[in-house]
Design a binder for this molecule. Structure first.
Ligand code: AMP
Ligand code: MG
Length: 301
């Protein structure tokens, strides 16, 4: 890639890809995103063999890859020397994922590269799930975008730290906790922004350009909308509501469907010039946990 950076489709969100061993390209990723250097990047590889080239793989971590890769699961492991410190923000560990998108896999296989790719959005804003989203936000800062259609998972990968004796989930994402626990047993989660092991998980993120208020309860949300005269956007799920500026994430309340629509919904409502978005939290199971996590971060100033 010669120091150039290109946005690539993955099944989670679009990534801004750089040859992970090319320091100039990696530096360009941080620059284009305005991403602080303390926020490490995920390295994408095509096979388990390549995972072992960039990281030291324990038996338990290997089990995880065999069960869930390619897919929306990122595993933090002790890093090998071929990965520059810039990629891992100086950490002795590297976050590795085998993505499932056929185009991303083809790029990885054909290039033979390890691709460091954070979400292709300016730091602190909503992650892109279409090529157009990337162009809207980063069009002038990058060399190009490969259009692979809308992302099917639609939220970022689940991150699990397997570099210590006790596995820890650092980010809830496209792989449900319940699935991980089938392999690992009950796992700890450590999601807060103060977690030094996941320096990039800031409590304020996914800024859609409007204030967000969260409602666990649909009736309370509907009552709040009807008693308010401001321009309100509504992000919800379930039976369609006759409300202007509303976006239904999943009429049948299916977590995977809601996840795939979440960032599109936040973006659409953000564009509609509403000053506030009222969002109905999802049931806290499956991908609902990750959906609520993103809504909470979007609601934090
Ligand atoms: P993004 O690429 O924007 O999806 O964000 C990737 C996230 O992965 C970062 O914000 C970090 O929290 C996390 N991450 C990447 N590398 C590591 C690592 N070595 N240790 C812990 N967390 C990591
Ligand atoms: Mg990101």
């Amino acid at each position: 890639m010669d120091g150039h950076i290109v946005a690539l489709p993955t099944e989670t969100v679009y990534g801004l890809g750089a040859d992970a061993t090319n320091k100039e390209a990696v530096a360009n990723v941080f620059k284009a995103k305005n991403r602080p250097s303390f926020d490490p990047l995920i390295v994408h590889v095509p096979t388990l063999k390549a995972v072992q080239e960039v990281a030291v793989l324990s038996k338990r971590a290997e089990q995880l890859f065999l069960a869930f890769s390619p897919g929306p699961l990122t595993v933090v492991l002790p890093k090998r020397k071929c990965i520059p410190d810039l990629v891992t923000s100086g950490h002795s560990t590297v976050a590795v994922r085998i993505p499932a998108h056929p185009i991303m896999l083809q790029v990885l296989q054909a290039s033979g590269l390890y691709i460091a790719a954070p979400s292709a959005n300016p730091f602190g804003f909503t992650s892109p799930t279409t090529a157009q989203h990337v162009l809207d936000q980063l069009g002038t800062a990058i060399s190009g975008v490969v259009d692979g259609g809308p992302c099917t998972v639609g939220i970022e990968s689940t991150i699990v730290d397997m570099s210590t004796d006790v596995p820890k989930v650092l980010r809830l994402g496209g792989m449900a906790l319940e699935q991980l626990e089938q392999i690992l047993g009950p796992v700890e989660t450590q999601l807060s922004s103060s977690n030094p092991n996941a320096p990039g998980m800031l409590s304020s993120h996914y800024n859609p350009g409007a204030t967000i208020e969260l409602y666990p309860d649909r009736e309370a949300l509907v009552a709040a909308v009807s008693s308010n005269n401001d321009a309100i956007g509504v992000l919800y799920w379930g039976e369609p509501l006759p409300i202007a500026n509303s976006f239904n994430l999943s009429p049948k309340c299916v977590d995977t469907e809601a996840a795939s629509n979440l960032f599109m919904g936040l973006r659409e409502l953000g564009k509609s010039k509403v000053t506030k978005i009222y969002a109905h939290l999802f049931p806290e199971k499956g991908l609902g946990r990750a959906i609520n996590d993103r809504l909470q971060r979007a609601a934090n100033k």
